[in-house]
Write a protein that binds this ligand. Structure first.
Ligand SMILES: [Zn+2]
Length: 317
């Protein structure tokens, strides 16, 4: 083990959910006093300073998460006195984000995707210098800043009216049901898998089928479900779908509970700069060459689609 240069670990659902919860805890109801952009465009979706300036004077009324996307609703009604947290529910998550934002009276949506290396940080404007690669700074009342730091610039931030979400941010509306809040059942998971002969991991990573999973959590889910990553998705028995369903629920719930995974590259930190701790519970991801916790066999790694998949060749069938 130990390739000279690892690909960075991308933020997945548990990491983005942790950031969303952090934002809800500190930013809801606070007024946006200023917005600055670095002028360095994202590789994916540039935020112009004119678009960013539209946020000034607004307040964050809701912070939604859909898959790996953060969608914050901004209201301009001065009568809004304070936070109105959105109760996370399966029903709410199934709705169109535009409808969710409309319920909160939002007239602008701030959409953020962390991409490969993006971090959102909440900081005291006077106390902490801005790190290099800070591309967006939203200054809130009481002297706090929300900073979007993105060395590789594969993330993006965009400001659009909620009614334009579908036309302007097409990846967002193309997402399948969320892995955590999408209302998945064993039946709906079985139906989604049985529509495809592609390899199981490919289907699990497909954001238009299940939103939020990436390389880390698919490896962890498949290990716990005892299913090989390269099985045709439509070959799973009902028992295997049930195991996959349980593993998905278990892994996502525990990873969110433990505030995500921070690997050796330290790419992921929460809104306050703290690491997650689910990496201490990884059973497959990053463990190639080490013994399987279940059967003792040496875990294998295979390259696939530019990623490394780690699995047990003996007890994942
Ligand atoms: Zn094993």
């Amino acid at each position: 083990m130990g390739p000279a240069r690892r690909k960075p670990s991308l933020p997945e659902l548990p990491e983005v959910e942790t950031v969303a919860r952090g934002l809800r805890s500190v930013a809801l109801g606070k007024e946006i006093e200023a917005v600055e952009t670095s002028g360095v465009p994202s590789n994916r979706l540039p935020l112009t300073s004119a678009d960013a300036a539209m946020l000034v004077g607004g307040r964050l009324a809701a912070v939604l998460r859909r898959g790996k996307y953060l969608v914050a609703g901004v209201v301009f009604d001065q009568t809004v006195a304070g936070p109105e947290p959105l109760a996370p529910s399966a029903d709410a998550a199934l709705l169109d984000p535009a409808a969710d934002l409309a319920r909160h009276g939002a007239s602008l949506a701030l959409v953020i995707h962390l991409g490969m290396s993006g971090q959102l940080r909440w900081a005291d404007a006077t106390g902490e210098p801005r790190p290099p690669h800070t591309h967006l700074v939203i200054t809130f009342s009481a002297g706090y800043e929300l900073r979007f730091v993105d060395p590789r610039r594969f993330g993006f931030a965009s400001v659009v009216p909620p009614s334009s979400l579908a036309s302007r941010i097409t990846a967002l509306v193309g997402l399948g049901p969320d892995a955590m809040q999408g209302g998945w059942t064993i039946e709906s998971l079985a139906a989604a898998l049985h529509r495809s002969r592609a390899r199981l991991k490919t289907v699990l990573l497909d954001q238009s089928v299940i939103a939020g999973l990436g390389n880390i959590y698919t490896d962890e889910i498949l290990f716990r479900a005892r299913i090989r990553w390269d099985r045709p998705a439509n070959s799973l028995s009902l028992d295997e779908v049930m195991r996959l369903f349980s593993a998905m629920q278990e892994v996502i719930a525990k990873a969110v509970d433990l505030r995500g995974s921070t690997l050796a590259d330290a790419q992921y930190r929460d809104l306050f700069g703290s690491p997650g701790s689910f990496q201490n519970h990884h059973l497959a991801y990053g463990r190639a060459g080490l013994g399987c916790h279940r059967c003792g066999e040496i875990l294998q790694a295979e390259r696939f689609g530019g990623r490394t998949t780690t699995f047990c060749p003996t007890c994942q069938l």
